[in-house]
Design a protein around this ligand. Structure first.
Ligand code: F0G
Length: 355
């Protein structure tokens, strides 16, 4: 039986040769593209979800971390650093552990989800909570890497983009061609940059006949690209994309304009509604930021802006278990309390209203 070997081995012919020298992999990539019937019905199109929560550390970051850490290992690096809203730190910590490297992570004070914090600590990262937001952390991490012997593994590192473009390859490989529209959340804008690169390369080299329109969605309280200027105090419950000054801003604009796509904003309420829809009606549990793309798709469908019958793929970026607290509130914001019963079948049947 074929065992998936991770993105560097699987896409060796489409990645730079320097990544092959010392491959550090946890078997990332090869994630399912799941047809989403309820979502397709809701928006009047043919929608599939690229479920990136199925990666080894539970987010899409692993695709870019295998390449960034392999490149660093190939150069003999001993230490890496990243700024993170959580998932990058979890991924960097895991791949650094596998490579036997030291990993330093800078996270915004008090604003990262418990699951991600636990992962970074479990994998042995030197975790510093910085008095500032993600943008402050990234500025500090870049300077640290310039001056000290540590390599930066944020998505401004081109090796990260090379790895993450494989998400687009897998979608085309699964569908047999590019979708009409590809949807994803936008934070620091590395992933939209990477997917666009992947789609463009596949269209140029043959596997796809065309490129999709790229539809990116930011959280309304952290939507600098939509506003056209940096946001000094970004706020959203989708902490993964709580970013006010994305590093790959221009690349995101290029992806939007080069693809005939769009970048718009969705509110936290729309994100939570999409999160609930995905969990309860599609069967896919994601973290809030990952629901931003679906929230945007639902919003545009409501406005009559989704072409009927279009083939649409949506990257849902991270696993619901990263940040599970949001499932424990109703749509009205009430806390969900489990029903207690006696351990007898009559009480249980009664509680389930089967009698
Ligand atoms: N979804 C999730 C779950 C994320 O963790 C991120 C980014 C994004 C979407 C946005 O992707 O930044 O490439 O536009 N998380 C980074 C981190 C910032 O530090 O984990 P992007």
């Amino acid at each position: 039986a074929h065992q998936w070997r991770g993105v560097i081995a699987e896409y060796a012919d489409r990645l730079p040769a320097h990544l092959q020298r010392t491959v550090v992999t946890l078997g990332e990539g090869g994630t399912p593209l799941v047809p989403a019937r309820a979502l397709s019905e809701a928006v009047g199109a043919e929608v599939s979800l690229k479920v990136e929560g199925m990666n080894p550390t539970g987010s899409f970051k692993d695709r870019g971390m295998t390449t960034a850490i392999s490149a660093a290992a190939g150069r003999g690096a001993k230490a890496v650093v990243c700024a993170s809203t959580g998932n990058t730190s979890a991924s960097a910590a895991a791949y650094a552990a596998a490579a036997g490297m030291t990993c330093a992570v800078l996270v915004p004070d008090g604003k990262i989800a418990m699951g991600k914090l636990s992962q970074a600590i479990a994998h042995g990262a030197r975790l510093l909570q910085v008095d500032g937001n993600f943008d402050d952390c990234l500025v500090a991490a870049r300077k640290l890497a310039e001056v000290y012997p540590v390599e930066l593994v944020n998505s401004v590192n081109p090796d990260r983009i090379e790895g993450q473009k494989t998400g687009a390859f897998e979608i085309v490989d699964a569908l047999g061609d590019a979708p009409d529209i590809h949807v994803l959340p936008v934070g620091n804008a590395g992933n939209i940059t990477a997917y666009w690169k992947g789609f463009v390369e596949y269209a140029q080299d043959g596997p796809a006949s065309r490129t999709p329109a790229m539809w990116g969605f930011q959280a309304a309280g952290a939507a600098p690209i939509v506003a056209g200027h940096p946001v000094t105090h970004p706020e959203t419950l989708a902490t993964a994309i709580r970013i006010g000054n994305p590093a790959s801003w221009q690349q995101a604009i290029d992806a939007r304009d080069g693809s005939g796509g769009l970048i718009e904003a969705v509110t936290d309420d729309e994100i939570l509604a999409a999160h609930r829809f995905l969990s309860a009606q599609v069967g896919v549990f994601v973290e809030p930021a990952s629901a931003a793309g679906v929230a945007g798709l639902l919003r545009l469908a409501e406005a009559g802006r989704v072409p009927p019958g279009a083939r649409i793929t949506v990257t849902v970026t991270g696993h619901g278990l990263k940040d599970p607290q949001w499932a424990l509130r109703t749509a009205d914001g009430d806390e969900v309390v489990p029903v207690r019963v006696q351990a007898d079948v009559v009480s249980i049947a009664h509680a389930l209203e089967l009698d």
